[in-house]
Design a protein around this ligand. Structure first.
Ligand SMILES: Nc1nc2c(ncn2[C@@H]2O[C@H](COP(=O)(O)OP(=O)(O)OP(=O)(O)O)[C@@H](O)[C@H]2O)c(=O)[nH]1
Ligand SMILES: [Mg+2]
Length: 301
């Protein structure tokens, strides 16, 4: 995770430590740094933000002879990255579920995203974690589109020990989700996780169907699942989806497989929505809250 970005950061400390922190010299260092961010999947506007903030903050810094400039630059970069990551606020799925529980209602979460990003796996992981916390969960098999999708969800559910509400393939996904919500209300289940079909951002019918699921279930949260390996394209996907429905937060899956790390840094900034959790592997426990401080610490080294 983040190997490439971390190397670029380290390179920045070295260069700044050797450079006079003003004028053309600093500009050159920062321009190159900005390019290296973009090469590592940091979206252009997020890379702009980082280098502009750094320029402002570094400009007036006088490094006393006895302080270590590397350390000083690290601290400044740390501040800049934190403000980037925290800009879109925070979303705590577990807190939301507790809040709904306290008023005796199920929390309804709809998961959307393009094909293969990790929706179904993330749902299974979240269900598993909720169960471990003593909360009750059901899954709605609202991907009635891709062959094998219902069996895939059922297999996860069997292993975790939760119930699936399903119809036939080809059935209306909104109706499946609606049934699941009613079941949860009747049985006082704490959370309904709605699995939906992957859809490309240019498929009008499927986007319309997604809107219907959201309209019918009126979810507490609509979560966009994004594959960290998609890099900057993730931003485009996010835009199209958020034009169709209101997105509340993002799960960034497959972060374990992402050596660049740029999407983790820029996605929430660009979309204006918080990354709430990250997928860090293929096991049921491999879903972790997105903690800006921990990520920044990991990046800064
Ligand atoms: N390494 C890794 N693999 C993951 C992670 N999350 C999901 N995967 C893998 O990604 C593949 C696709 O995951 P799915 O959960 O089926 O994706 P989906 O979005 O439901 O796919 P569709 O239903 O076809 O749209 C599977 O092989 C998962 O095991 C993760 O955090 N890390
Ligand atoms: Mg799926």
């Amino acid at each position: 995770m983040f190997d490439r970005l971390r190397a670029q950061f380290s390179n920045l400390y070295d260069r700044v430590a050797r450079t006079e922190l003003k004028g053309k010299d600093l500009d050159n260092v920062l321009d190159e740094f900005q390019l290296s961010l973009i090469e590592n999947d940091v979206a252009v506007s997020a890379a702009d933000f980082i280098s502009n903030e750094l320029r402002e903050k570094l400009k007036d810094v006088q490094f006393a002879r006895f302080t270590d400039p590397r350390t000083r630059v690290k601290v400044i970069l740390q501040e800049v990255l934190l403000s980037l990551l925290q800009r879109a606020g925070q979303l705590d799925i577990f807190a939301l579920i507790e809040k709904k529980k306290s008023i005796g209602e199920p929390a309804v979460l709809v998961f959307i995203g393009i094909n293969g990003t990790g929706k179904t796996t993330s749902i299974a992981k979240l269900a598993h974690i909720l169960q471990k916390k003593g909360r009750t969960v059901i899954l709605a098999a609202s991907d009635t589109y891709r062959s094998g999708s219902i069996e895939q969800l059922e297999e996860h559910a069997r292993r975790i020990g939760v119930r699936v509400i399903k119809h036939q393939y080809g059935a209306d996904p909104a109706a499946v989700a609606f049934d699941a919500v009613n079941y949860a209300k009747a049985h006082r289940i704490n959370a309904v996780l709605v699995d939906t079909a992957g859809r490309m951002q240019n498929n009008k019918n499927l986007l319309e169907e997604m809107r219907k699921i959201v309209r019918v279930t009126n979810p507490d949260l609509t979560i966009l699942v994004v594959d960290a390996l998609t890099g900057n394209d993730a931003v485009e996907q996010g835009k199209v989806f958020s034009e169709a429905v209101k997105i509340d937060g993002i799960i960034l899956a497959k972060l374990d497989a992402d050596v660049k790390g740029g999407s983790a840094i820029s996605l929430s900034y660009i979309m204006g929505k918080p990354v709430t959790m990250v997928g860090t592997g293929q096991k049921y426990d491999d879903l972790e809250p997105f903690q800006a401080e921990a990520i920044v610490r990991n990046l800064i080294g």
